[in-house]
Write a protein that binds this ligand. Sequence first.
Ligand code: SF4
Ligand code: SF4
Ligand code: SF4
Length: 120
Amino acid sequence: MNACEEKIIFLGADHTPCLDFTKGGCTFCEACASACPSDVLSLTCKDQKALHVKAQIDILSCMAWHQSLCNSCLDACEPRAILFLGLFRPHVEMDVCTGCGMCVSICPSSAILIKEEVKV
Ligand code: SF4
Ligand code: SF4
Ligand code: SF4
């Protein structure tokens, strides 16, 4: 928790560490992994996209999907994983999203969640 400069790691109810993306996003700096004395966090998983944790936009909460001009998430996403169909229909390109969570706290309507990707 102390190693994370983004301050997104907190202790969950079961006393294991969790990530809180409402406070910021993960830069994949690996400081938490380096700090872990039990070597629980893997430094070998370099393919961030293989983690299968992705951003999902709740279109019922999203302002743009309700015809209000908003594209805050667009600028927050460095990998450019958020695309707009026209002006009002943002969606996440799952193949591009790294699950960094940088888009979560920036969303004025809390419409973005980081979730495990469901494969169909
Ligand atoms: S890898 Fe992410 S969670 Fe870990 S210390 Fe860096 S920013 Fe924090
Ligand atoms: S920042 Fe939030 S409300 Fe705005 S377009 Fe993105 S998901 Fe929708
Ligand atoms: S989690 Fe990161 S990569 Fe994925 S859409 Fe949000 S800002 Fe972009």
